[in-house]
Unconditional design. Structure first.
Length: 300
């Protein structure tokens, strides 16, 4: 079964990003980066003027600018707005880089451009999270924690882009939360896993909004506002864990029967853990009265 990192590296957005930014499309990607840089300059200018006018320097409220793509084209010193518009229309007409929204999506050029700009701005934070998280044997709740803190760090560093209406997390986050929630895993519980992914995506938006509402908010502080719910969503029930153990034991037994061997130290460690588990299971399996149960728990 692929690891969480492997799954995150093969989402639709991850494949799009690798293809779009690869060396085979270096020239076309440079044009896109020019667009993104121009967008940042336009948004920074607006944010500075708005903060001066309103005095709201600790909060970054949602906002929109009329004719945004024309402003971007002007900032990038294009002869007109057409070079920007044509990159993000649904009809690509042989463009080297197909837009992230795809040709079948009704998404208009401006939202399509903003979607890509947010994704590419967040991508280095996502990549850094993958590198660090993959070095540890982490649970899904721990993956979510690392991911949401990386998202909060991006929002803190790129406040105007994160706030531009309809602000919030980049659209790739929904795909990533489906991976972290285990929607595609063999043991997934169908609608429940999908519902958890949807809720995690909503919590990601809450994390971004928390950062935008308070400039002093740290990535950890932003995550802590949703931490308990994330853990509740991703911590497997005892029944789910028991099913996973049963499958793993059955597979291990089958392999050992057919001649597979493990290192003596590993076998000894597993033997000790199974002995401890057997003791706990003996108590769990015994029918006992409420009084006896309380006595056992007090002894434990």
């Amino acid at each position: 079964m692929p690891s969480i990192r492997q799954e995150l590296e093969t989402t639709r957005t991850a494949r799009w990003y690798r293809d779009a930014s690869g060396t085979a499309r270096a020239g076309a990607w440079a044009d896109r980066e020019r667009d993104y840089a121009a967008l940042r300059a336009v948004l920074a200018e607006h944010a500075s003027a708005a903060a001066t006018a309103t005095g709201r320097r600790h909060e970054q409220p949602p906002f929109q600018l009329p004719a945004l793509l024309s402003l971007v084209a002007k900032q990038a010193h294009y002869a007109g707005a057409e070079p920007v518009y044509r990159r993000y229309r649904s009809k690509q007409h042989g463009a080297q880089i197909l837009r992230w929204a795809g040709s079948d999506s009704p998404m208009r050029p401006c939202p399509a451009f903003l979607a890509e700009a947010r994704i590419t701005a967040f991508w280095p934070y996502r990549e850094g999270m993958l590198e660090v998280s993959d070095a540890f044997d982490m649970t899904r709740a721990e993956w979510a924690s690392a991911y949401l803190q990386a998202l909060a760090a991006w929002a803190a560093d790129d406040r105007t882009l994160a706030a531009y209406d309809p602000g919030g997390a980049p659209l790739c986050v929904a795909e990533d939360m489906a991976v972290i929630a285990g929607v595609h895993a063999p043991w997934a519980t169908g609608p429940a896993a999908a519902a958890h992914a949807d809720r995690l995506t909503a919590l990601a938006d809450e994390v971004v909004r928390g950062v935008l509402s308070d400039a002093s908010m740290t990535p950890l502080g932003a995550f802590n506002t949703v931490r308990d719910e994330v853990r509740a969503l991703l911590s497997p029930s005892p029944e789910s864990l028991a099913e996973q153990v049963l499958r793993a034991v059955a597979e291990l037994s089958d392999r050992m029967i057919h001649g597979s061997r493990m290192a003596p130290g590993q076998a000894k460690r597993l033997e000790g853990m199974l002995a401890s588990l057997a003791t706990l299971l003996t108590h769990q399996a015994k029918p006992h009265s409420e009084g006896e149960s309380g006595g056992y728990l007090r002894q434990a």
